[in-house]
Design a protein around this ligand. Sequence first.
Ligand code: 4NP
Length: 157
Amino acid sequence: MRLVFVCLGNICRSPTAEGILRHLLREARRTDIEVDSAGTGRWHVGEPPDPRAVATARRRGVTLDHLGRQFTRGDFAAYDLVLAVDVPVARALTTLAPPEHRDRVRLARSFDPAAPPDAEVPDPYYGDQAAFDQVFDVCLAACRGILAAFPPVTSSG
Ligand code: 4NP
């Protein structure tokens, strides 16, 4: 399965979620899920993640090594799941999607069983380091939920 996290700038929330899920997949020795991230905006294309996101992730043992890129209409064909960090991003993606791929758009936190309906990953860009810590925590819960929602296919015998 291929999935992509999408935020606005692709320098804070979606690279954090991508790094966390990549880390959890490696820990679980799972290779059945491929993960990527992108942004709806183009301001930060080619840029590494925000240093504050990198700092929080590093403290929690997660490396972020993504470079910003913009999500395109053509990307829908390449991913089974397009996971938006918040409702405005989900709306932008749904508008962008070819009609037959609209149902690939979901809210990332909808995979966290403890999150309320329509829960969002709050934008930390104009916040402080604590905002990035909170982003990490909610992304971690969502990523754990994603792994649980798609258990590895094992062959018995
Ligand atoms: P992100 O955060 O969408 O989580 O990467 C933002 C990064 C940049 C901007 C907004 C949000 N910006 O306006 O440049």
